[in-house]
Design a protein around this ligand. Structure first.
Ligand code: ADP
Length: 226
């Protein structure tokens, strides 16, 4: 589902955020991406979501080589790859409903269908009763769940999350992980960047480890639990 072949990302500054990275994530896998701050985790997620392009190598998502994607196809790719950020990136002057509806509005989906799908997404994250609330009135964990509802509202086969529990306490982090596992159980492929080693260890999933832009380990599920 996500294939990297000798991928290098050089930023305009000349700095290489990723160096010769290769791996393959099968459809339906749930994988953690870890490594110290500055290791290249966000860079890898941005290349996968096509927020940035690689300098060398190939990034292939759902059998499409992203380098060959025409600008007109990029919105389609974005709907196929849901992205979740640590800081939620919500519109604070809009209620929850509008925030979650945004990707569907951009895609030109009709009003009735938007209502149906937004409520289905809010239901999945347990926030059905909050659709009229403003994000500022919600707790950090609830705001993160609005961000997750927005990411899944287009029913993407791939979800990418960048430090999704970075600002949450262990209990709320565990709730977010449960949500991710539920999406995974219905076939969604997940790649989750986190530097929370104890959380990653508890999850017992495959782990990709980056260090200074290089992929140093690709640990199979349960490798840290033995
Ligand atoms: P992580 O998510 O693991 O903390 P990042 O992918 O954000 O790491 O960053 C990897 C490296 O690339 C860091 O050294 C960072 O400073 C650098 N970097 C990230 N974005 C840019 C950019 N737009 N321009 C230049 N350097 C960048």
């Amino acid at each position: 589902m996500i294939r990297y072949e000798q991928v290098t990302k050089r930023y305009p500054s000349g700095y290489e955020g990723l160096k010769d990275v290769s791996f393959h994530i099968e459809p339906g896998e749930m994988v953690f991406l870890t490594g110290p701050s500055g290791a290249g985790k966000s860079t890898l997620l941005k290349l996968t979501g096509l927020l940035e392009r690689c300098t060398r190598g190939q990034v292939i998502v759902d059998n499409r080589n992203l380098a060959q994607m025409r600008p007109s196809e990029i919105p389609y790719h974005r709907r196929k790859v849901g992205m979740i950020f640590q800081d939620h990136r919500l519109l604070h002057d809009r209620p929850v409903f509008d925030n979650v509806a945004l990707p569907l509005v951009v895609a030109g989906v009709g009003r009735e269908e938007i209502g149906r799908r937004v409520r289905a997404a809010l239901d999945q994250v347990g926030l059905l009763k909050k659709e009229r609330s403003m994000p500022i009135t919600l707790s950090g964990g609830e705001q993160q769940r609005v961000g997750i509802a927005r990411a899944v509202v287009t029913r993407p086969p791939v979800l990418l999350a960048d430090e999704p529990t970075g600002n949450l306490d262990p209990r709320l982090s565990a709730e977010i992980m449960k949500l991710f596992e539920r999406f995974n159980q219905v076939g969604v492929t997940l790649l989750i960047a986190s530097h929370d080693v104890s959380l990653i260890r508890r999850m017992g999933k495959r782990i990709l480890v980056l260090d200074q832009g290089a992929l140093t380990h690709d640990l199979p599920p349960g490798a840290l639990n033995r």
